[in-house]
Design a protein around this ligand. Structure first.
Ligand code: ADP
Ligand code: MG
Length: 607
């Protein structure tokens, strides 16, 4: 609790302009990314075709945005940096029909209050440019300079006069990542503008400005991801004949369930091309993906929602990142439906990414009966309730030699690739797959089962050297604890043998350039850290390699609690069936339990 000041010093005083400026700036300028957002919006409002953002030391040292837009006349430069001066709005009512990003006339003044700001600008009519410099709110006079038409705004020493704020800045790489996301969002919302982002002298992002969102996505998200994005299918709006109903449309691309992320960072949503933060809209999208991607994973989307300007209030917060809709529920519904319907068209039968489909061979199909010897559930009477789960019994011998193929497979005599002998019936509690086999009812632990599949696949790859590797588009920088670093040093060859490609990055970090393909879609940093922690703690296998494979399989597999679709479950069963020891996961837990026909009959007192 702050202690109250002595009464004598508590007279009410007007704050001086500098203090007012710094306080107000706090609302608009939180970090380098917020500066970049405001400068980009100004460039776009000025009609730029080309915008270049340059960053040094995560923006702490320099943020510079250059555009080829309309420019600011020399005599207006001092006005532009004053608070509440704008060329974009005359009356409050104009807000209802806004066609610019800016309207509050606050950004330049706010940035100027907390940095060393320089503007060089030239209008196309003028023969030369003009320059003005404002240090922490104190403006110099404009001076003539040679300049190309357009505007270059340079921001140096951000927050050096607001130590409290500067202290909150994160590492340069983190701030640069926020900036990159901001530039990405703006570029995706303006495909006809050429964007370039240069970080510490290195170009990290470019778009071609062709006006084609598909091309822009390739430039930004990479060809791999862009190839798995599909355009929103516009479907006839059933309630559309109501003339009172505002017209709300959704455009853009959404990722197939095969591309997911561990966070919401790649969900880009704009409203009338304005990049916004709106949890309910994100939620509408996530709901549309429900049961198609794993819990805790998030889709990649690039969507623009068009709402009549008078139906959305953008003047909610100084950063303009929040909006309020007059018809929020309707917007939510239209968005969710657009995404869901698109998914139904393109992705109805896609399996989850980790479970890749490949047809089952005849030989495998015949071996399927080897599944028929899993842990049995001793469904005896109440007196034995404490002893329900027994460890799986080891198979009597090579099952395929001793056991006949399943009868109906023999009868049909055709490829069984899509018809597993275990008929999947559904899922229980988001954890267990319930299936019917020739001899009774099976409960399969989805996590343990998938872990077994990945364990065997990884181990086989390790021993054959035939790695299924996923190269990262951008290296993932992972910060390791000293202990993790030491563990990695000790078993580096084995880690690389699994398909990782890892370089030292300095400062206790490593750059992960490739991962085992089974880890695709997982949070690389988190998975690698966990694997190293488990090895450091002694590992769970009988050799370092075995332990590594166990950990990697465990952290790459489907989680418990994840809703699966029928095709996903079938695919998992097919893959489990191909394992040489399908009954237990890498840790030795059973993957499946069987309640036999006899058990069922006895439990229901049929005999
Ligand atoms: P707002 O964008 O809300 O109008 P700003 O403080 O961001 O307020 O900018 C103030 C004014 O400065 C703008 O209205 C515009 O006239 C001018 N301005 C700022 N940046 C640029 C730019 N890159 N090109 C042309 N004019 C600009
Ligand atoms: Mg502005």
């Amino acid at each position: 609790m702050p202690t109250p000041l002595p009464t004598a010093t508590r007279t009410i005083q007007r704050l001086d302009d500098h203090t007012v400026g710094k306080i107000a700036a706090g609302e608009v300028v939180e970090r380098p990314a917020s500066v970049v957002k405001e400068l980009l919006e100004n460039a776009l409002d000025a009609g730029a075709d080309r915008v270049t953002v340059e960053l040094a030391s995560g923006g702490r040292e320099l943020i510079q945005v250059t555009d080829d837009g309309a420019g600011i006349p020399a005599d207006e430069l001092p006005t532009a940096i004053e608070r509440h001066t704008t060329s974009k709005l005359q009356r409050f009512n104009d807000l209802a029909n806004l066609h610019s990003y800016g309207f509050r006339g606050e950004a330049l003044a706010s940035i100027a209050a907390v940095s060393d700001l320089q503007i060089i600008s030239r209008t196309p009519e003028s023969s030369h440019g003009a320059k003005i410099r404002i240090r922490h709110g104190s403006a110099g006079s404009p001076e003539p300079v040679a300049a190309a038409p357009g505007t270059t705004i340079s921001v140096r020493d951000l927050f050096t006069n607001v130590p409290a704020r500067r202290k909150f800045l994160r590492r340069d790489s983190t701030e640069a990542a926020h900036v990159q996301r901001t530039v990405t969002a703006c570029a995706l919302a303006s495909p006809s503008v050429r964007f370039t982002l240069i970080n510490d002298g290195k170009t990290v992002l470019t778009t071609d400005g062709s006006g084609d969102l598909g091309n822009t996505m390739v430039g930004i998200l990479g060809a791999d991801i862009a190839a798995q994005m599909v355009p929103i299918v516009s479907s006839p709006d059933l309630d559309d004949d109501d003339p009172e109903r505002p017209r709300i449309t959704v455009d853009g691309y959404i990722g197939l369930p095969t591309v997911t992320r561990g966070n919401r960072q790649q969900m880009y949503v704009t409203v009338n091309r304005r990049w916004i933060d709106h949890r309910p809209l994100g939620f509408a999208i996530e709901q549309a993906y429900h049961s198609l991607i794993m819990a805790g994973r998030f889709p990649v989307v690039v969507l623009d929602i068009t709402v009549p300007p008078e139906r959305v209030d953008v003047n909610v917060h100084p950063t303009k990142r929040e909006v309020r809709f007059s018809d929020e529920r309707l917007v939510f519904k239209v968005l969710q439906r657009a995404v869901r319907e698109t998914l139904m068209v393109y992705a109805a039968d896609q399996p989850v990414p980790q479970v890749t489909h490949s047809p089952m061979s005849r030989e495998t199909a015949q071996r399927r009966m080897s599944l028929a010897n899993p842990a049995r559930v001793p469904f005896s009477r109440n007196e034995d309730r404490t002893n329900h789960l027994r460890p799986p019994e080891p198979p009597a011998g090579p099952a395929s030699d001793t056991e006949p193929p399943a009868p109906h497979e023999r009868e049909s005599g055709q490829s069984t690739s899509d018809i597993p002998v275990l008929r999947v019936l559904g899922q229980v509690g988001g954890n267990y797959i319930i299936a019917e086999g020739p001899d009774g009812m099976y409960l399969i632990d989805q996590h343990a089962a998938h872990e077994r599949v990945l364990y065997e696949r990884l181990l086989a790859q390790y021993h054959s050297g035939n790695l299924d590797q996923q190269t990262m588009l951008d290296a993932v920088i992972v910060e390791l604890t000293p202990e993790q670093q030491a563990t990695l040093d000790a078993c580096r060859d084995d880690v690389l043998g699994l398909g990782f490609r890892i370089d030292d990055f300095g400062g206790g970090s490593v750059a992960v350039r490739a991962i085992p393909a089974v880890m695709r879609g997982k949070d690389v940093a988190e998975t690698l850290s966990r694997i190293l922690d488990e090895i450091a703690a002694g590992g769970r296998g009988d050799s370092v390699v075995d332990s590594l494979v166990i950990s990697a399989a465990c952290h790459s597999s489907i989680r418990s609690g994840q809703t699966l679709t029928l095709p996903e479950m079938r695919e998992l069963i097919v893959q489990l069936e191909r394992c040489s020891s399908p009954r237990a996961c890498g840790h030795g837990r059973p993957t499946m339990l069987l309640m036999s026909q006899e058990d069922l009959a006895r439990e229901f007192e049929r005999r």
